[in-house]
Design a protein around this ligand. Structure first.
Ligand code: AMP
Length: 404
């Protein structure tokens, strides 16, 4: 079902509630990587340029006690937004009450305010009550009462049912008001949604990372949709164990070996596993290493895919028209085990005829390290949310947006 977007809204003179994802790294009151703030600018600018009065809110970190609050205030985030937006941004140090309500009422067309971290509502009078992250309907109704329309641009939290996304949207709709997707959200729905539900074939998924348990749902769902599912990274060795290949000290989830067997039986030749590995005598960059096919030696652990696997993966990928990549092929944080991930990433950057979609923090970091981000079609901003999308789950934050 197509969702309403910010472009469908009448914004002139409207109080526009905007759920953004400003969950940025923050240390000693200083914002680190401000990518998420920059990513939200197109939607914010669109609202302001169309005469909206923008009321921005986001969660920031986790708040479990009053002590967590001072270090996780949105104040520095609002200052960073002001810098990036090149316009004054008013910060209101409250999540409810007269000060906030008055500030919103006094906004003029084209002006913007940011209110305090929505998760401040998780702790009330010193008690951890999770009003925001438990989606207390009264909180969603209250926030909804502050505006005329709602725009959700926070894809990263779309897999969570919180008051600031699902609660507000639900209450807006109950009051006959609209809840729309911002540009970032729209883009995620378009690319991830199309890749999974309506892919141009051949569709190849590359899944890596440490744990089978985190990705079973994705592997399972994509086996129904994709032409090939390539598995790499630490997950490989649970599959190796299931095949009776020796794994030495490699990462393994003993309790997932049966699941791996089931997946392999179902997948047949759709599932592509590495044929060789870079094995190491310890989990360290200065380990003694060897490239090995099949069985991993006793006393060694496999920390990257080997060159034959890279060549085979490229061969599978070369004709793909849709590619989804989530998770590294090895312990790419250590330079000696980064090759598999970087070579696969680099190859994706050359597939200019294909729709290439990258999700998850590690694959995104690898794409950035390679400088290929602008050669990929789409880099998903939501780790957990994009995984759940790829699992075929309904994301509550998206479901709550008004249908067209
Ligand atoms: P995930 O969060 O499940 O996507 O896993 C990412 C992590 O998997 C990264 O920190 C990698 O270092 C780790 N990883 C990838 N390959 C391996 C491997 N062969 N052995 C151990 N850890 C791995």
């Amino acid at each position: 079902m197509a969702k309403l977007t910010v472009e469908d809204l009448q914004l002139e003179g409207k109080k526009v509630l905007m759920r953004v994802d400003f969950n940025v790294p923050i240390k000693d009151g200083v914002v680190g990587d401000d990518n998420r703030i920059v990513a939200a600018l197109p939607t914010i600018n669109y609202v302001l340029d169309h005469g909206g009065r923008a009321v921005l809110f986001s969660h920031l970190g986790r708040i479990k006690s009053e002590d967590d609050k001072p270090g996780l205030s949105m104040k520095p985030v609002a200052a960073k937004l002001e810098e990036r937006l090149g316009k004054p941004v008013q910060f209101v140090p409250a999540t409810e009450g007269t000060e906030l309500e008055t500030a919103i009422d006094q906004l003029e067309n084209g002006q913007v305010l940011v209110f305090e971290n929505t998760r401040y509502e998780d702790v009330v009078n010193g008690e951890y009550v999770k009003r925001e992250s438990g989606n207390d309907p009264k909180l969603g109704e209250y926030w909804a009462s502050l505006g005329d329309v709602f725009v959700n641009d926070a894809f990263g939290t779309a897999h969570r049912s919180h008051a600031s996304n699902v609660g507000v949207a639900t209450a807006m709709k109950a009051n006959g008001k609209q809840a729309a997707a911002g540009f970032l959200m729209e883009k995620e729905i378009k690319f991830l949604g199309n890749a999974v539900d309506n892919p141009v074939h051949p569709f190849v998924a590359i899944l890596g990372g440490a744990k089978v348990s985190d990705k079973i749902g994705v592997i399972d769902h994509l086996l129904n949709k994709a032409d090939k599912v390539i598995v790499g990274g630490g997950m490989t060795y649970t599959f190796y164990a299931a095949k009776g290949i020796k794994i030495g000290n490699s990462l393994v989830e003993e309790d997932k070996i049966d699941v791996a067997k089931e997946i392999m039986a179902k997948a047949g030749d759709k599932l592509v596993l590495p044929v060789d590995s870079v094995e190491a005598d310890k989990f360290a960059n200065d380990a003694d290493t060897k490239v090995i096919e099949g069985d991993i030696d006793d006393g060694y652990m496999a920390l990257d895919i080997g060159p034959k696997s890279v060549a085979e993966f490229k061969n599978v990928l070369k004709d793909a028209k849709t590619v989804v990549w989530n998770g590294p092929m090895g312990v790419f944080e250590m330079s000696n085990f980064a090759k598999g991930t970087l070579e696969v990433g680099e190859f994706l950057g050359t597939l200019t005829d294909a729709t290439t979609i990258v999700g998850g923090g590690d694959s995104t970091a690898a794409a950035k390290q390679l400088g290929i981000s602008d050669k990929l079609t789409h880099i998903s901003t939501g780790g957990g949310a994009s995984l759940e999308y790829l699992e075929g789950k309904t994301l509550p934050g998206i479901a709550a947006i008004s249908d067209k």
